[in-house]
Write a protein that binds this ligand. Sequence first.
Ligand code: GLY
Length: 406
Amino acid sequence: MRKAFCLVVVAATLVFKCYAAPVQDHPPLNWLKKATDVIAFQLNKAAETYKPGQNPRSINPNGTVRTAGVTDWTTGFFPGSLWYGYELTGDKKLAEKAKAFTLALDSARHITNTHDLGFMLFCSYGNAYRITQDKTYLPALEEGAKNLAARFNPKIGVIRSWDFSWWHYPVIIDNMINLEYLYWSSKEFNKPAYATIASTHATTTIKNHFRKDFSSYHVVDYDPATGKVLRKATHQGLTNESAWARGQAWGLYGYTMCFENTKNPAFLAQAENIAKFIMNHPRTPKDKIPVWDYDVHNALEEDERAPRDASAAAVIASALLDLSTQVKDGQKYFTYAEDILKSLSSDQYLAKPDENKYFILKHSTGAMLYNSEIDTAIDYADYYYLEALKRYIAIKKINLKQLVKS
Ligand code: GLY
């Protein structure tokens, strides 16, 4: 009798476990399932709501949406998010919308006055071509890469970032990301010079942009006549000597990607040293989502600290996942990135369906000292979050179809 009772209890427990089981039992991935559901909902609604060429960029303090036109540096992120959303969910409607939002950026190929062409064209057209292999995306990519490479000055050894303002020849750490577009174009369009330009820029940047602790300056201004460094400063950070959070993230992502493309050990060493700076930073909050600048000293309790930058966290997570696959002892990078993704996928950062003007993440900070885009949704946070999730799923070999359907 007792034996029979035990059997019934065991059977009932098993039935309950099956019914209540998470998507994949080991390890539990309910957070990921919830995230992909939110992503599918928000991206579909956003694609219906916003118009191609007027992409959702961020939420203004009054609750309206700031849009990005074709010349905005962030314009490629929304189409890119739609492409990643398609890959993450298999939803063909998202691919159709991604195509429309991508093609609306065609005239960006003629832009010559910024380094941001990688963000603008590679995130949109680059993903479009990678996923569809449709050659009609190639002319825009070819022309944009030519314009980006034309901004390289061999005497200084770097690509000029901006043409505006009083700088002489400004180079920002963000520029590292745009090198990926050149490495790819070098192969695709048979232009070996583009890869040389990218690697030279990365090498010069190691020399001039970094401090002893491997934190980076935001802007280095060069003398265009001699190539000498005139000034090391900031544009979006707290002070010239501070570590602006997204800048550290761009550097980490940039050198990881440069190593992937070249196998140059100097780039890997740089990436790992930047990772160490970020991962060991004493002012990183417990949830691993950094405050907008690592040098913001804040005596308040963690909940009341200065604004966070979820976009920096998303870029860091994506970069660390990539780094984790390129070294023998990559587990520490993977675990840190996984912690970030779990934080970003919690109610604290992940929007609820229908909220947040159809952006996916909350709590990013664009330019604190310019009072611009503070503690709000921003398009590049969503883009790098989606990219990081895609990398996470690939590394863990998660069955996406099973995840989405469950
Ligand atoms: N590339 C500009 C920024 O990260 O805000």
